[in-house]
Design a protein around this ligand. Sequence first.
Ligand code: ADP
Ligand code: DP6
Ligand code: CO
Length: 325
Amino acid sequence: MKATAKAHTNIALIKYWGKRNEELILPTNSSLSITLDGFYTTTSVAFDEDLSEDIFVLNNEVITGEAYRRVSRFLHLIRETAGKQNLYARVNSVNEVPTAAGFASSASGFAALAAAGTRALGLDLTHEDLSRITRQGSGSACRSIYGGFVEWNMGKREDGTDSQAIQIQTENHWDVRVAAVELNSKMKKISSRAGMKRTVETSAFYSGWLDSIPNDLKEMKAGIATKDFEKVGAVAEANCLKMHATTLGATPPFTYWHDSTMRVMQTVQEMRKKGIPAYFTIDAGPNVKVLYLPENEEQVEKILKDIPDVQNVTLSKIGPGVTYL
Ligand code: ADP
Ligand code: DP6
Ligand code: CO
């Protein structure tokens, strides 16, 4: 009744930003991501008949409060699926990624928890079944079950049985790189969950966001299929800006950006003027991810490291899906 799994984070090129059902975590739009080999979570789950409640240890710290409840609620879902409602678990997780800072720790965290938890209870699931369960821990996590290029189909059904991710290309399809530019790894003030909820409920720009998704998705898939880097980069950057624009139209308005975030964005745009193809994307946090090609790695790294306020630049290739240890 024990298993350990490793899952990598992913960065969305077409963002998931909004839920139509908060309980089941059903999104208002489909999204598309690449899995990153540079950031991951390793989680062990041990079910134990002697426990009377779940225990969650993250980075050697016993966790209580909302983060604990999220894990325990998710374990309950797995227990119900396996028909073992009264069996509690000890969860030990290590994030090789900053937690709750916009580096998608919820994606690698819940993908690793889902994989280890279901295996510990003896469930033998397909990747699609596992993705569907994982979705209910954190939406973006359903994409981290797979490596490479991944699409989360929003699905149509209200019970969520058709809302899961699939792999559209493996990690060997195309060597695109991502530089994660760390500006501030403190916990964000507004979680992804709270930020997207406020946006769906109040943003004047939310319908514009939704209207733009079908074409962005179509263009992105075409760009990936033909390995058209300019197209993939331009669509990803524009999609990211549209997502962040919705937060400015919310009540009360908010932004995940810091002043240093804009400095990195401008530097990336200047790189393009100098002939280096590089594009940015940003999740719900101040930190920036820069897409580039292997032949430009040295230049891109140097330029990013020289920007004031940059704490760290981590270079990443496209990574694999979940593995069991
Ligand atoms: P991020 O940008 O890091 O994904 P979110 O606000 O989406 O930020 O999610 C952060 C939350 O995800 C944490 O507060 C915690 O509840 C959960 N989380 C992070 N890492 C793990 C993990 N390894 N196992 C379980 N839950 C995790
Ligand atoms: C901006 O998956 O972290 O990173 O489903 O509430 O856990 P919950 O939110 P989460 O949201 C991710 C938002 C995003 C875009 C993306 O990863 O697609
Ligand atoms: Co998250």
